[in-house]
Design a protein around this ligand. Structure first.
Ligand code: UFG
Length: 327
């Protein structure tokens, strides 16, 4: 079975990707430094602990498994942290990715699937966000991801590296079998925070800003189920293996929900109130991020099946109740 090198495979999205890869007949080899990932989340293939900035270790892992492709999830991904500590984002997300891309080319692995983000678009009033929208990120996180996209373009021209770049909208939900799920420390993402507030793990949820130019004043995001998202990655891998060449795809459903709508749906799904208070806007947040592209559906054949707000919260709640990884 073909080995696929999965960086960040011990993290939230990477661990779900490993499950999808295994189900599709691949062997995912997880490469993760465990700074934000969880060893307990590595369940679907071999594990190699290592840092993206450790080139010797990367070379060793490429030599050991001879992967046919790389799926690159490993990254720091908190918008707030990126605003206060941009250097870490440039060093880890850009420097680390460059190192990985160079190691990949050196090992003659030229199929590369990359996790990018809609945060690369930044704020665009009344503009449909598709893959051709100018990338004007508002924060260092988005800027770091855009920079890696540029590196991939240059490495294609110079070294024939082929990439599928996925620009994620807001990923939510969990494996419906609850083998893996979402768990960050510290947690900053809306859905797990709402569930923490519901079950008393935190006092309440703070809504970051109620004065945005949206119908209820809270930010709007396009939420996509993590299982649908990783299914697209398997399709992206096949796309490359079929020789179809480099391509960028938005991964969102095209439907936006406000922070209040997410809270209200969580209350319905769980049957419990969401204790909440209102606070100031969070630095780096865009008012509205919703995909306006159907490219992934029309070209990759991507068909999201679990990305309703109800199913995402239902699956996240199931995972939330069945347990978390060990510290
Ligand atoms: N929010 C709150 N209170 C909280 C946490 C979040 O009101 O305690 C709000 C945010 O302000 C935002 C929305 O909920 O309006 C979603 O916030 P998340 O932190 O869950 O997600 P972001 O939209 O900030 O960012 C996420 C990922 C990024 C990715 C981005 C793409 O963290 O990695 O989606 O939109 F780039």
């Amino acid at each position: 079975m073909a080995h696929i090198l999965v960086t960040g495979g011990a993290g939230y999205i990477g661990s779900h990707a490993c499950k999808a890869l295994k189900q599709a007949g691949y062997t995912p080899v997880v490469y993760d430094n465990l700074i934000t990932g969880w060893k307990d989340a590595v369940k679907f293939g071999p594990f190699e602990q290592g840092d993206l900035n450790d080139r010797a270790r990367l070379d060793q892992v490429f030599a050991k498994y001879q992967p046919t492709a790389v799926m690159h999830f490993a990254a720091l991904s908190q918008v707030g942290e990126a605003m206060s500590q941009p250097g870490r984002y440039w060093a880890n997300n850009v420097g680390g990715s460059l190192n990985l891309i160079e190691a990949s080319v050196a090992a003659d692995v030229r199929d590369f699937v990359f996790s990018s983000t809609c945060a690369t678009y930044g704020e665009h009033d009344n503009v449909v966000l598709d893959e051709n929208t100018p990338q004007l990120p508002l924060n260092a996180y988005g800027a770091s991801k855009r920079a890696v996209e540029d590196i991939l373009t240059d490495f294609e021209a110079a070294h024939g590296l082929r990439s599928v770049v996925f620009r994620y909208f807001n990923v939510a939900g969990a494996d419906p079998e609850a083998e893996v799920g979402e768990f960050h420390r510290p947690e900053t993402h809306l859905v797990p925070l709402v569930l923490d507030a519901i079950n008393g793990k935190r006092d309440s949820l703070t809504i970051f800003g109620t004065d945005y130019d949206t119908p209820d004043g809270t930010c709007i995001r396009d939420y996509v189920h993590v299982c649908d998202l990783v299914d697209a990655h398997v399709l992206g891998l096949k796309w490359l293996q079929d020789g179809k060449g480099s391509r960028v795809f938005n991964l969102g459903t095209g439907t936006g929900f406000s922070v209040r709508e997410v809270m209200d749906k969580a209350a319905v799904v769980t049957g419990k109130d969401v204790p909440c208070n209102t606070g100031a806007r969070r630095a780096g947040d865009c008012t509205k991020l919703v995909s306006g592209s159907t490219r992934a559906a029309s070209e990759l054949g991507w068909e999201p099946t679990r990305s309703t707000l109800e199913t995402m919260i239902h699956d996240a709640w199931k995972w939330h109740k069945t347990g978390h990884y060990e510290a």
